[in-house]
Design a protein around this ligand. Structure first.
Ligand code: PLP
Length: 396
């Protein structure tokens, strides 16, 4: 079959592909350390699982309103109000089949062909393909390691054109763990308002924050900014619910209603049972989240120190999420990089082969000098993995 042109250009998700490869090796009995995964290594808390079982027992198994059950929308509105002082109406909320789906819907309704969306690099792997699928132009703007891989107002300003429609902000960041400060967001906010941009604020890691930091997104800074921001969040990362597929968008009603219409013609409602579980996640006890974040914080300290102890390796210190993005470019002159390859791909392939360690090449996130390690794995695996990396690099 001759596939549609817009699909032919879309690569499969690199992170999911790497995870599949690591799992395949594992199934063959190879002792792989998997730093590739983008999901918490914890189980969904018991109270959330029980809520889903209850929903099944009570027969809550039919179609629901397309954009989410009122009870879940209320819980989401409650979270935004209590946690961040942001007020939304039910018509300004859309519940989708995972955060990724919410973003996909938003990109589809936001962009006309040729509209430009600014995507700071390093970026989460799906933003650029989502822009391509919406026939928008992804304007990838490199950021600097010295700035913690965060976009500055000057860098944003320099890339504006009359077609620039939106800016993507992802804080805490996948892949760097970088967290924007209020001041940094305020500086970006000035440019956003003066250029009349929209903001796509991907807050999926909002609760996984270290060092006592308080979460801020750009919508919290001023009502004018809230009126131009679509906030994306979900239960996948915070509540270890990646398989349940519940994400949500909050933002200006016209965009949310259009995204709801799109959803009504594609997936319809997210799973009824998972919606009930998400209500429990948001409204029930939060102590499992605190325990998970405390564990991630310990591992962050550990993996950061271990990375820095490798000669020549530099890294920004992650302030949130569960990734670290160390710079291995000091080793790149020792690699044999063939045509069509980049050094981060060659290094990642070498580590998988030599050290039986899976990590995602930085090029997938738009920054080839680095590799992404997920530390959503045990303390023991982190120690083993870093020892293996060190030994493998010595052999290069
Ligand atoms: C930055 C970022 N945004 C959004 C998502 C989407 O998460 P989900 O679709 O599981 O809710 C992810 C998942 O990896 C992510 O890392």
């Amino acid at each position: 079959m001759q596939l549609a042109a817009r699909i032919r250009q879309i690569p499969p998700s690199a992170t999911l592909a790497l995870n599949a490869k690591a799992n395949q090796l594992k199934a063959q009995g190879v002792d792989v350390v998997n730093f590739g995964v983008g999901e918490p290594d914890f189980d969904t808390p018991e109270n959330i699982r029980e809520a889903a079982i209850r929903a099944i027992r009570e027969g809550f198994t039919r179609y629901t309103p397309v954009g989410g059950i009122p009870e879940l929308k209320e819980a989401i509105i409650g979270k935004f109000q209590e946690d961040y002082g942001l007020g939304y109406q039910p018509a300004e909320i859309l519940v989708s089949c995972g955060g990724k789906h919410g973003l996909y819907n938003l990109f589809q309704v936001m962009f006309d062909p040729g509209d430009e969306v600014i995507i700071p690099a390093p970026f989460w792997v799906s933003y650029v393909p989502m822009a391509m699928l919406a026939e928008a132009k992804a304007v990838v703007v490199p950021t600097r390691e010295e700035n913690g891989f965060k976009l500055t107002a000057a860098e944003l300003k320099a890339r504006l054109t009359p077609r620039t429609k939106a800016l993507v902000i992802n804080s805490p960041s996948n892949p760097t763990g970088g967290v924007y400060t209020k001041e940094e967001l305020a500086a970006l906010g000035e440019v956003v308002l003066s250029a009349g941009l929209y903001v796509i604020s991907d807050d999926i890691y909002d609760k996984i924050l270290f060092d006592g930091a308080r979460f801020t997104n750009i919508a919290m800074l001023a009502p004018e900014l809230k009126a131009r921001t679509f906030v994306l969040n979900g239960v996948s990362k915070t509540y270890a619910m990646t398989g349940w597929r519940i994400g949500y968008l909050a933002g200006p009603q016209d965009g949310i209603q259009a995204a709801t219409n799109l959803q009504s013609q594609s997936t319809s409602n997210p799973t009824s049972i998972a919606q009930k579980a998400a209500v429990e996640a948001l409204k029930g006890p939060q102590d499992a989240v605190a325990a998970m974040v405390a564990e991630f914080a310990w591992r962050r300290d550990d993996i950061y120190q271990r990375c820095l102890s490798i000669p020549g390796v530099t890294s920004t210190k992650p302030g949130g999420a569960f990734y670290i993005f160390p710079n291995f470019s000091a080793y790149y002159h020792r690699l044999k990089v063939g045509p069509g390859q980049t050094p981060s791909q060659v290094l990642a392939a070498y580590l998988l082969d030599e050290a039986k360690l899976a990590a995602v090449p930085g090029v997938e996130f738009g920054e080839d000098q680095c590799l992404r390690f997920s530390y959503a794995t045990s303390r023991e695996r982190i120690a083993t993995g870093l020892t293996r990396i060190k030994e493998a690099l010595e052999k290069l």
